[in-house]
Design a protein around this ligand. Structure first.
Ligand code: MN
Length: 183
């Protein structure tokens, strides 16, 4: 609809009203159009993977007690999600009793820790241990030798997102000694 076309057939006021009407109709139609585009995208994604949204109920996966070769003290791992071709990482909630900690270890593709409870420590080799608390997000870069766990007097829980490389997300080393933990 050109200005010229409107100008020739309607008074200025009338054409302005008509333009406003047309605008309102367009605005009302736009969310529908956007919704349709979203739905089409979802259908495309669904067609690509054959998958639907998946909800894993809280605590529907059995808890695992931390292997004493990999954890000192009492640690419980609640698996949250396995790695797949899209996530490329495993997720787990790890709950440490006071004094509990991982062994020294590295991650071949890094690890993200999100602290959810209590107070803990994280240390990388050659540096001082650092305190971590709920809401803190800790990135462990590829290959950095480190440990994480509770403090000596408080428990700690964190969600660990461990990125995969060649089917592995961790390389375990020696247990953290009581002397190392206390330093
Ligand atoms: Mn780690």
């Amino acid at each position: 609809m050109s200005e010229e076309y409107i100008g020739k057939r309607h008074s200025a006021d009338k054409s302005r009203r008509n333009l406003l009407k047309a605008g309102a109709v367009l605005a009302a139609a736009m969310p529908i159009a956007a919704g349709m585009a979203g739905s089409a995208a979802a259908q495309e994604a669904s067609a690509a993977t054959g998958q639907s949204i998946q909800i894993t109920s809280n605590r529907s996966t059995p808890s695992v007690i931390g292997d004493p070769a990999q954890f000192s003290g009492h640690a419980v791992i609640d698996p949250l999600f396995p790695a797949n071709e899209f996530t490329g990482a495993t997720g787990g909630l790890v709950t440490f009793a006071p004094g509990a900690r991982t062994a020294w270890h590295t991650h071949p593709a890094g690890q993200m820790l999100i602290v959810t409870e209590g107070k803990g420590w994280v240390q990388e080799e050659g540096a001082e241990k650092r305190e971590i608390k709920p809401g803190d997000v800790v990135w462990i870069p590829v290959g950095v030798n480190h440990w994480h766990g509770a403090t000596d007097t408080s428990g700690m829980a964190h969600i660990a997102i461990s990125y995969m490389r060649d089917g592995s997300n961790v390389t375990w080393g020696e247990l953290v000694t009581d002397d190392e933990f206390a330093k």
